[in-house]
Write a protein that binds this ligand. Structure first.
Ligand SMILES: Nc1ncnc2c1ncn2[C@@H]1O[C@H](COP(=O)(O)OP(=O)(O)O)[C@@H](O)[C@H]1O
Ligand SMILES: [Mg+2]
Length: 497
């Protein structure tokens, strides 16, 4: 791949990327969230069309106009989100899209072929089972078997271990190695250094859509890879220190299950003080969402305790937590953050309509609600709207201001803010950060979860790094250089002393 460029709405996801893959190698593609890994892979797999650049296979230029065309050139990809048909069996899914699908699905041969492939590559799956009966690890094996059955020679695995247990990952590595030994070429996408070191022959690092470099894994070490991955000049922005007071939000031994049933948050201890921003850094998918949900009452706590201002809220309802002074800025703004069908004014009063002045007894005053909304629109500079318009019409930055307006105007003791500026432009980001700092200076205890390392460094008075649901490191902003942060985010423990 030469000079591959691809933009989405003006932002470059791939910017002149050169990437070369050799037969018989496992080539790791490493980079932080948003670095452009999936985009580059999707271009090779024929899902996206590059705006510029060229692809050659075996020295010949190719046009990969669709996943089907890519398959004809021997290229197949297992996506981050699987694409199997639930109500079909394993064998039927493998036949699906095959040129001889109708014939295949009627033959007993197919099950035999699947069994042969699955034992050859050490990927056990029950060929006659329905996909709905499979575990995630098994589904992934079906995706790989499907591509092998189609004779794929260039296999792309996009963050395959994200959904696997450590044991399953180890098995997958063995399969990957044996496929490479047969002469196939494998692209292994990951942001975990240890995996890259373990399974790959070469590694290419992407950052902000650009290629940083390619090197043989034997010449790479985790620290240099970490620096390449995070590397941007982490200038310390001028920041004002907070003046931490009493502990407000105290978390001990917090453990919670994720949607897939295994533990997504493991034994987390945190103490956030009044007037302090505690930043939670990490690559996405390491338990951030589940941590936020467990703290705010949206996800059951399996073990451990959460205290807010000395009150045990581990089992409290969402509403009780709000009453006790817990604010929440969720990452999913239009989903859990706001009620998208409701007008802005109602959204802004969702948490306070039960109390005066918005209501007296059971009666809600529309005038007071609208008046409150006008005040907040002014104070938080929410643009392009009126109290009566539905929030779904707001832009990203204004949505986020609306949520902050609502959460902050309740005068929270503590606040959990998840990805507070994700997707916002520079001006909106600045405004939101200023609001968070002001709130901190008024004495709120803020837990800010962000995948944006620069943001964590800019705002936090203390930093923890989350990796596979655990806190893998704790540091002050002045101890956080790119190498240390990169290592921690990729799962290494670092001794700071
Ligand atoms: N379909 C899309 N529409 C708009 N933006 C996209 C799309 N896919 C990716 N992006 C953007 O392109 C950048 C690179 O994303 P991606 O390739 O998914 O990175 P990675 O896989 O390394 O996490 C990100 O900023 C992402 O938001
Ligand atoms: Mg990706």
């Amino acid at each position: 791949m030469t000079g591959i460029t691809k933009g989405f709405f003006g932002a470059l996801a791939n910017d002149g990327v050169d990437f070369d893959l050799q037969w018989g190698e496992v080539h790791a593609l490493l980079g932080e969230n948003g670095a452009g890994k999936s985009t580059l892979c999707s271009i090779l797999a024929g899902l996206y069309h590059p705006d510029g650049g060229e692809i050659n296979i075996n020295g010949r230029p190719v046009e990969l106009r669709s996943p089907h065309a890519a398959l004809e050139h021997g290229v197949g990809m297992v996506y981050q989100h699987f694409r199997l048909v639930d109500r079909f069996t394993v064998a039927e899914n493998i036949a699906l899209g095959h040129p001889d699908a109708t014939f295949l699905s009627r033959s007993k041969d197919l099950e035999k072929q699947v069994e042969h492939l699955s034992s050859k590559y050490n990927m056990p799956v029950p060929a006659d089972a329905g996909v709905w009966q499979l575990s995630v690890g098994e589904e992934q094996r079906v995706e790989i078997l499907k591509l092998l059955h189609r004779g794929v020679q260039i296999l792309i695995l996009d963050e395959p271990t994200a959904v696997l247990t450590p044991q399953e990952a180890r098995n997958l590595f063995r399969t990957i190695r044996s496929m490479a030994e047969e002469g196939r070429a494998i692209i292994f996408v990951s942001h975990k250094l240890d995996e890259v070191m373990e399974v790959s022959d070469r590694v290419t690092v992407l950052r902000d859509g650009k290629k940083v470099g390619t090197l043989p894994t034997s010449e790479a070490d985790p620290a240099s890879l970490a620096r390449m991955m995070v590397g941007r000049d982490l200038e310390m922005p001028a920041r004002r220190e907070g003046v931490p007071g009493e502990p407000v939000l105290t978390v001990s031994g917090l453990t919670a299950d994720g949607d897939r049933g295994f533990e997504a948050v493991r034994n987390v201890d945190l103490e956030v003080r009044a007037g302090q921003i505690m930043g939670v850094a990490g690559v996405s998918g390491n338990g951030q969402r589940e941590l936020a949900e467990a703290l705010t009452g949206l996800r059951p706590v399996k073990a451990g305790q959460v205290f807010l201002g000395g009150v045990d809220i581990t089992r409290s309802s969402v509403l009780d937590r709000i009453k006790l002074g817990l604010g929440f800025v969720p990452e999913d703004r239009l989903g859990t953050g706001l009620a998208k069908g409701l007008p802005l004014a109602k959204n802004l009063s969702l948490k306070s309509y039960r109390a005066p002045p918005l209501s007296t007894g059971p009666v809600i005053s529309k005038r007071a609600v609208d008046q409150r909304a006008d005040e907040l629109i002014q104070r938080f500079d929410i643009r392009g709207t009126r109290p009566g318009l539905p929030v779904s019409l707001l832009s990203g930055g204004n949505l986020q201001r609306a949520i902050l307006a609502r959460e902050i105007s309740g005068g929270p003791k503590a606040m959990v803010a998840a990805a507070p500026t994700r997707g916002l432009d520079v001006a909106a980001t600045e405004a939101i950060r200023t609001l968070l700092l002001e709130e901190r200076d008024k004495g709120a205890a803020i837990l800010m979860i962000s995948e944006d390392l620069e943001e964590v460094l800019a705002l936090s008075d203390e930093i923890v790094v989350l990796y596979e649901g655990r806190i893998i490191g704790r540091l002050r902003p002045d101890q956080a250089d790119p190498e240390v942060m990169g290592l921690m985010m990729a799962g290494r423990e670092v001794d700071l002393s």
